[in-house]
Design a protein around this ligand. Sequence first.
Ligand code: FAD
Length: 566
Amino acid sequence: YPNLSKLVVLFTVSGGGLVAYSDANPISGYQSIFPVETENKKKRVVVLGTGWAGTSFLKNLKNPEYDVQVVSPRNYFAFTPLLPSVTCGTVEARSIVEPIRNIIRKKNMDIRYWEAECFKIDAQNKRIYCRSNKPSNLNGKQEFVVEYDYLVVAMGARSNTFNIPGVEENCKFLKEVEDAQEIRRSVIDCFEKASLPNLSEEERKRILHFVIVGGGPTGVEFAAELHDFVNEDMVKLNPGVKELVKITLLEATDHILGMFDKRITEFAEKKFKREGIDVRTGAMVVKVSDKEISTKERSGEVSSIPYGMAVWSTGIGTRPVIRDFMQQVGQINRRALATDEWLRVDGTDNIYALGDCATINQRKVMEDISAIFNKADKDNSGTLSAKEAREVIMDICERYPQVDLYLKNKQLRDIVDLLKESKKGVEKESIELNIEEFKSALSQVDSQMKNLPATAQVAAQQGAYLADCFNRMEDCEKDPEGPLRFRGSGRHRFRPFRYKHFGQFAPLGGEQTAAQLPGDWVSIGHSSQWLWYSVYASKQVSWRTRMLVISDWTRRFIFGRDSSRI
Ligand code: FAD
């Protein structure tokens, strides 16, 4: 390496046998770390993030011909679908996390982990700037630079407050393990506070009013968990408070669980109503103070809701480092990094983005869909019979599963429902589908179709796909005509990423879950709860966490949840 004499040994990374050096960079003043060049020069792959996407990439990467460095402020992987269960102590926080070093230890590869956050990506010079989140112990050496040949950006997203005043300061979020732990403490705090002497009835009611903002799967699951916790555990310990506790779920649109089948939405709304959970739809939060939430109804009426604890769960926003990087690569006014269908960031050559921080720019969705229609419309009549239309729609839904997921557009939904009915044997063969009408309905949801849902399922599949590409990259270069289906031309050597939707769950409390599985199969109730238990136990990243989670569930069945505030 040039200027070796100036290099100062900073530290030795044990195990991997690599030595990292510090080079006082005269321009930026950052410490720079990089591996000593080995004879067998390996390509450096830097992975940002240890969430679903980053961990799935690492777990599936098998080619030892890379020098891999992982940068993340979190030295563990967290099984986020069980976070709502942590908020009330159904499972313990430590049961759903796996140290990232445990995951990389099992791989026979050069993988090193740095506990730090990346605060700048310099795409031009192929380097990232990082900062340790333990600054106080490092005597000012907490910042460093890591150089890469390939960068895998899997930094996830942050909670979105939509800049509504008071949200950041007064609401709890449910995004990280620490958030779930904080909510758990805060719920118990509210009960203890409300039990103190000298409080008016009104004040006790306010303290025990739990408000959840956002009727998506996370908000709904948390409301259900909280309701179970109160009714199964807290009332036994504080019998007097049952009449004072209130749970309110605020949702700005017309229904909770809007992305689920309407049978699930209706069931959840009715169940919550029966159980006394106040579901207020069409209520937009406009301001939050330390004791009150102001909402604006469709009619324009503004009302104030006194609360003891509020949880904000309304969706995700962009991390500042991603926003800064988006500007660098000319992607402005977007929520997430646009990539092509091979997960490569638009406007870059060797940077990939996956998971919640990315969105696939499927520019050709409408073109593809038109082509499918035109092929089916053999007689050029502009209409398709029900049979033809059904085949076309199934083809589109398979190729773009998000079409089926995001069909909020009424006209489109009706057409698809009609065709699905006709598939079930209901005689609708006489209907004809007007192609232009259907295309125009589709184009209205075009922007939604371009986005895959921000879920662990998508992130994990993207991580596995990209690792597979990296595993085969070298083989492909050596043998471009090989069996790996290179494209005839262009810069992409692999098949594009295709998402496979395996269904989704919405736990509704009281040992009942709603499950929506592919093929329009919906199941709600106790049997789905057992399916939920099996799927989530089987999806754990290690046997250790699997055993811990199962033992937490068993403990809860036998002893109930622990209400100590620790
Ligand atoms: P994350 O998993 O969020 O990981 C991001 C990683 O990047 C983290 O390790 C983080 O520490 C790291 N990072 C952050 N900033 C930096 C930085 N500056 N530098 C380096 N690293 C950084 N999905 C489902 O499919 N099913 C569910 O049931 C489900 N339930 C959910 C429940 C809750 C409460 C939540 C919050 C989410 C749930 N999701 C669910 C969504 C799912 O968790 C996300 O879609 C998924 O985590 C996205 O994966 P990711 O790897 O993109 O991001």
